[in-house]
Design a protein around this ligand. Structure first.
Ligand code: DAT
Length: 175
């Protein structure tokens, strides 16, 4: 199915863990009635993984199984996909790729509160400092599709949800 045959847009919300993907996606889904696909939850629930990796303290996602699982929904449109990796999805799936970014000190506190141990915490802070997700998104999707949004405060959160809601409402299938 061609990209512009979707009746509603698909949005990828990506960023380092803790930048606010799930919070932003769920508020955006509520405001727009788009479907929130929390990839980490889906992978666990439907066992779309190749086991648990103790070293990274995370499931080893099976990208093919995941893409097969959500393909029909993505072709139909109207999805907000929430995940900290963005490189393996088909480029044609997304009309907008949002990269959330958070100040290091703020992110450190959020991940500490989440109970991350030091090595995992520092890995993620480094990932944020080097803007890894932004570079990956820019390397995987067209320039005009990718946007970086600051997600430090609840004001940022409200502003981002509002701006994205406006974008969804003005999105036109033939654009
Ligand atoms: P992610 O899905 O990127 O891992 P999250 O949505 O679970 O992040 O948010 C992590 C924590 O930070 C959670 O307690 C909610 C809070 N949070 C997220 N975005 C925020 C923002 N813009 N301002 C203040 N707190 C935020």
């Amino acid at each position: 199915m061609a990209q512009n045959s979707r009746r509603k847009p698909n949005i990828l919300v990506t960023g380092t863990p803790g930048t606010g993907k799930t919070t932003t996606s769920s508020q955006l889904a509520e405001a727009t009635q788009l479907r929130h696909i929390n990839v980490s939850e889906l992978v666990k629930e439907k066992k779309l993984h190749d086991g648990y990796d103790r070293e990274t303290d995370a499931y080893v996602i099976n990208e093919d199984l995941l893409c097969d699982e959500i393909e029909d929904m993505m072709e139909e449109g109207g999805n907000i996909v929430d995940y900290h990796d963005c490189e393996f999805f088909p480029e044609r799936w997304f009309d907008r790729v949002v990269v959330l970014q958070t100040n290091n000190t703020v992110l450190y506190d959020r991940l500490k509160n989440r109970g991350y141990e030091e090595a995992k915490l520092m890995n993620n802070i480094e990932c944020e400092i080097f803007q890894v997700l932004l570079e990956e998104a820019q390397g995987s999707y067209p320039e005009d599709v990718v946007m970086a949004l600051k997600s430090d405060s609840t004001d940022d959160l409200a502003r981002n949800v509002e701006a994205l809601t406006d974008w969804v409402r003005s999105w036109c299938p033939m654009s």
